[in-house]
Design a protein around this ligand. Structure first.
Ligand code: NAD
Length: 281
């Protein structure tokens, strides 16, 4: 049971990708703290399910159709949020992810891979896959921040971005995702500095390894057992388990609530069961 964070009550939170596996729990937790929550998703039906769930528990939530890569779509979502809920004081940039066209088959390049048609090597990756991942993670954070943080320059506010354990030390196979999330941590610092005097705090959460839709194929075999890669992750995670979405919520509330973290801006907090601290030996 999480404590009550009174300074959040009645304020408006916008969660992009708010029907995703991790961010839906964030949306529900912010609503349980008395925030009015807008769930922005490309697919409004999936956002509506989360909003209905929140409303059935007496919370306030709306689902808004929004493509975070399309400025006009984000502006339209902004207008809806402003009209229905009021000024946004917390933005969670949750929409993000990877793409199969930006993943190599092998962890380490081996002689002959370049000419082996059965192996998707680094040289076979299409720039379109990279482009998709860079755009989704970087532009998909930049555009909502440009639109929702504008009024925060008058009122103050908080932005929380989502990084990954692949940012400080890139995971094998996923070069675009790793580079993009590294970019998120850098952009988080840049924004924090740029908006410090305006009273906007910008931080990030770096989840460790969570078993979700976007990584299911990499972590589970067809029969549901852990893949070799999943085994490696668990072996490298001192707490010896995958994270659960609930593991992120204390950090989310801490970073969201000014009374807890008002002198904290420009940082990324790992929530990773010790993964980053462990050298492997
Ligand atoms: P998810 O795939 O379950 O959710 C992502 C959400 O983003 C989905 O609701 C999707 O509809 C939405 N989305 C995608 N493109 C969009 C667009 N253009 N416009 C609007 N919405 C869009 O992912 P998740 O696992 O909950 O991940 C959430 C965030 O956490 C992502 O940034 C992800 O990279 C990051 N992350 C996840 C893990 C993990 O283990 N799952 C680990 C580290 C970081």
């Amino acid at each position: 049971m999480l404590p009550e964070y009174k300074s959040l009550k009645g304020k408006v939170a916008v969660v992009t990708g708010g029907s995703g596996v991790l961010c839906r729990e964030m949306a529900k937790t912010l609503a349980a703290q008395g925030m009015k929550v807008a769930i922005l998703n490309r697919n409004v039906e999936s956002g509506q399910e989360i909003a209905d769930d929140i409303k059935s528990g007496d919370g306030t939530a709306i689902a808004v159709s929004c493509d975070v890569l399309d400025k006009e779509s984000v502006k339209a979502a902004y207008d809806t949020v402003k009209r229905e809920l009021g000024d946004c004081s917390l933005l969670i940039n949750g929409a993000g992810g990877n793409h199969p066209d930006a993943i190599t088959d092998k962890e380490i390049y081996e002689a002959g891979d370049i000419s082996d048609e059965a192996v998707k090597s680094f040289f076979d990756l299409e720039s379109g896959g990279f482009d998709h991942v860079f755009r989704l993670n970087i532009m998909g954070t930049l555009i909502p921040t440009q639109i929702f943080a504008k009024e925060m320059t008058e009122t103050g506010g908080t932005v929380i971005n989502i990084s990954s354990m692949s940012a400080p030390s890139p995971m094998t196979k996923v070069p675009a995702y790793s580079a993009a999330k590294s970019g998120i941590e850098n952009l988080t610092k840049w924004l924090a500095v740029h908006f410090a005097e305006a009273g906007i705090r910008v931080n990030a959460i770096a989840p460790g390894f969570f078993l979700t839709e976007q990584n299911r194929n990499l972590l589970l075999n067809k029969d549901g057992s852990y893949s070799e890669r999943a085994g490696k992750i668990i072996n490298h995670t001192p707490q010896r388990r995958f994270g659960e979405p609930e593991d992120l919520l204390g950090t989310l509330l801490f970073l969201s609530d000014d009374s807890m973290s008002k002198f904290i801006t420009g940082i990324t907090i790992p929530v990773d069961g010790g993964f980053m601290a462990y050298s492997g030996v």
